[in-house]
Design a protein around this ligand. Sequence first.
Ligand SMILES: [Fe+2]
Length: 213
Amino acid sequence: MQAPNSNQPVVYPLFSSPVYTRVLETFDIPDISSLEFTNRLPTGGTHSFLTSTDKHILDKSEFAYIREIITREVNTYAKGTLCINKRIEFYITNSWININRPGDQCPLHNHNNSLISGVLYLKAPDKSGDLYFYRDVLSLVPFPPSLDLETDSQNIFNCKNFSIKPKIYQICLFPSVTMHSVAVNLSSEERWCLPFNVYARGDIGGMHELHLK
Ligand SMILES: [Fe+2]
């Protein structure tokens, strides 16, 4: 990390939740008309949006080109942004398609049994639901939750939530522990997205080190 070279203050957003997003080159939007969708949860109950019953959608041969696009971006995030060693391979564990109809939304959640999660937008009309990320409720920074000081404006250092307005062909990657939700689809059209989870394998723990505090 370079030292500042002027007398202006420099603030480093240390130990952040790095959210990666990129609007990709256009690609053929897959035909999803033959897929089966449900709003039933495996544990019972329902949610408002529709989700494909197939939770390994990227294993289908007709989705191979989408898997290639997503894998490339995951590697850019994991190896380029996070600088994870090349001995570690990141692979997609599950993937599905969500359809948010007008009025649908997705409540606050995170993704278990996953390290990196992401979403690729296949259809995202204006006002069809922003993606919101939330600071952990038990986060101790910048101040512990027992002290909730009012702020005059929100920025990357103090915000409790941060939203992204999705566009078609856009991908978003984030640590799976990051809480997130999708706002109500206020448009008159459907919003289609392809979420996925990523895990790591390879030479993990190859370098056992003593971490002194
Ligand atoms: Fe999610």
